[in-house]
Design a protein. Structure first.
Length: 114
């Protein structure tokens, strides 16, 4: 059974940084485009960053220039480096396959507040 486990969230001040990690079980990881999603309170889940098997990345306009997605296929790990965080980045962050999602993990809470 495929499992996705996110970690690395927390409380950070505006302008701060966090690095999220996603551990994926199973051998599928290296075969698929992966992405980071987020869901803010009262809003729908949105895709903020993707990375292909070849390492090609794409970002939502709202995070472009601030977030960096990366992957380590040997370790079945996905990462999201988040810099210059803003209060509007507050959300639960999830990793998953793109575009067809696998079962969702529990996510990791990111709160940006002074």
């Amino acid at each position: 059974q495929v499992q996705l486990v996110e970690s690395g969230g927390g409380l950070v001040q505006p302008g701060g940084s966090l690095r999220l990690s996603c551990a994926a079980s199973g051998s599928f990881f290296r075969l698929y485009t992966m992405g980071w999603y987020r869901q803010a309170p009262g809003k729908e889940r949105e895709l903020v960053a993707t990375i292909t098997t070849a390492g090609r990345t794409n970002y939502a306009d709202s995070v472009k220039g601030r977030f960096t997605i990366s992957r380590d296929n040997a370790k079945n790990m996905l990462y999201l480096q988040m810099n210059s965080l803003k209060p509007e980045d507050t959300a639960v962050f999830y990793c998953n396959r793109v575009p067809t999602a696998l079962p969702w993990g529990q996510g990791t809470q990111v709160t940006v507040s002074s």
